[in-house]
Design a protein around this ligand. Structure first.
Ligand code: SF4
Length: 288
């Protein structure tokens, strides 16, 4: 059952910039997949648009590269049709916290059984450095010149996920492989909507949120007395506006899945073309 590094080797040449945090995310993902006892054919990676969207191109697993902001709806459809799959969304802060934010919040409250890895670099990198929903207030870019720079506070994806009802919420750091691999494995095997916001420095466009910036501020929640079963405490940690940046598991809980109560059979929905009643049932569930 063990998956080897050779099996995961991509057929494509990697085009990320030298020093990009995405390399750390890809390395951790490969390690997590090799360490988990899950058949290779059960994985599906779904990505949106951005530098993060290239991740499925660089690891040899089933994948679906979708439109900007739309990987979560596609992943939701995959989950409804096949309970066997391990579905991992790779999305960026621009992709997920701008166009995709509505999908993100509703998938959390529906507790869709997927893992969402947000490559968070605080900038729209692929489109050459415009400020993104997670850029800090005052951040200077081509589209946010001074004064005042970025005129709003950033979207807090971790806090949104906790409030919306995600049952696993964590933050990782591309520069801490050991911890990131563990968080990925837990998110992938979690039963329910798992959010892993991953700090990922963009060395080409973001001159504020650098490797050094994060190395000087990050601390681990598990070493700071945080209880991840306490949702209110998780939200307080997520809302902490001090200069310190927590990583690790904010919240770990459980709740009913979107698919529960539907008459979807175990395993794959093979005969969906003729089972219109079941399809209507699924569509009704997704309307709310
Ligand atoms: Fe990475 Fe930024 Fe280069 Fe994109 S532009 S590959 S995020 S360093």
């Amino acid at each position: 059952m063990t998956i080897t590094a050779e099996e995961l080797a991509p057929p494509q040449k990697i085009t990320w910039c030298t020093g990009c945090g995405n390399f750390g995310i890809l390395a951790a993902l490969k390690k997590a997949v090799m360490e988990l006892d899950i058949p290779r054919h059960d994985y599906v990676l779904v990505s949106g648009i951005g530098c993060s969207g290239k991740t499925p191109h660089y690891i040899n697993l089933n994948s679906f590269h979708t439109l900007h902001g739309r990987p979560i709806p596609v992943a939701t459809g995959l989950r409804m049709a096949n309970r066997d799959l391990r579905i991992i969304v790779h999305t960026g802060d621009g992709d997920c916290y701008a166009e995709g934010l509505g999908h993100f919040i509703h998938a959390a409250r529906r507790n869709v059984d997927i893992a969402v890895f947000v490559h968070n670099n605080g900038v729209n990198a692929l489109t050459k450095g415009q400020y993104s929903p997670s850029s800090p207030r005052g951040y200077v870019s081509k589209t946010s010149p001074p004064p005042p720079g970025a005129p709003m506070d950033p979207v807090n994806g971790v806090a949104h996920a906790i409030v919306a009802g995600a049952t696993f919420v964590a933050r990782g750091y591309a520069g801490d492989q050991k911890s990131l691999v563990g968080l990925m494995k837990e998110a992938i095997t979690h039963r329910g909507f798992a959010v892993l916001d991953i700090i990922q420095p963009c060395v080409t466009w973001n001159r504020k949120l650098t490797w050094r910036y994060y190395n000087e501020r990050i601390y681990r929640l598990e070493e700071d007395g945080h209880d991840p079963s306490d949702r209110i405490a998780a939200l307080q940690r997520a809302m902490d506006s001090s200069e310190r940046i927590p990583v690790g598991v904010f919240y770990r809980g459980e709740g009913p899945l979107l698919i529960e109560g539907l008459s979807v059979p175990e395993g794959r929905l093979r005969d969906h073309a003729t089972d219109l009643k079941l399809l209507e049932e699924i569509i009704d569930r997704l309307r709310v």
